[in-house]
Every structure is written in structure tokens, then in C-alpha cells.
Ligand binder design. Structure first.
Ligand SMILES: [Zn+2]
Length: 86
């Protein structure tokens, strides 16, 4: 069986999906972090690495992929998730 892989929105590398942090946007415009279960709506993936979060923030790749403005505090929450994974 093949492991599903996703591309990181920060560094552009491909990794197994289960290692990554998913940033989702549901139909109500709510951001959802983490990869628990199936989440409807759009999603982007990041390595659990603060450098990738920072790169994605600088490049605006989350906004581009999700089609919505990403609040600054969301990046803080993603960084906290990265620290928990370490
Ligand atoms: Zn990355």
C-alpha cells in the first residue's frame, strides 16, 4: 500500500501526509488545524517545522491555496502545534 504524501506549502518537499500539519478551511470560513479525520473543504499541508511555517507565511502560500486571508494568530497556533510534535 502506498503512503499518501502531500507537498509542504513552506518548503515544497513531499512527505507522508500523517507527518504533516493540515491547515483547513471549512465552508463557513473557519480554520481547522491538525489532521484528525476527514475535514471537508480546502486544505494545505505543512511540515511540523517552524521554518516551513515561516516560509509559508512569507510567501503567502496559505492565502493562495485557501483563497482566504490567514490571520496572524493562526500562524502562532500552527507553530505551537509544531512544537508539540517535536
Ligand atoms: Zn516543509
Amino acid at each position: 500500500m502506498k503512503t499518501p504524501v502531500r507537498t509542504c506549502a513552506g518548503c515544497g518537499k513531499r512527505r507522508p501526509k500523517h507527518e504533516m500539519i493540515r491547515v483547513g478551511l471549512d465552508r463557513d470560513g473557519e480554520f481547522l488545524l491538525g489532521g484528525a479525520g476527514k475535514v471537508p473543504g480546502r486544505g494545505v499541508y505543512l511540515c511540523p517545522d517552524g521554518r516551513c511555517v515561516e516560509a509559508a507565511r512569507r510567501r503567502g502560500s496559505l492565502q493562495r491555496s485557501l483563497g482566504a486571508g490567514v490571520p496572524g494568530e493562526l500562524f502562532g497556533e500552527i507553530e505551537r502545534l509544531c512544537e508539540e510534535r517535536e
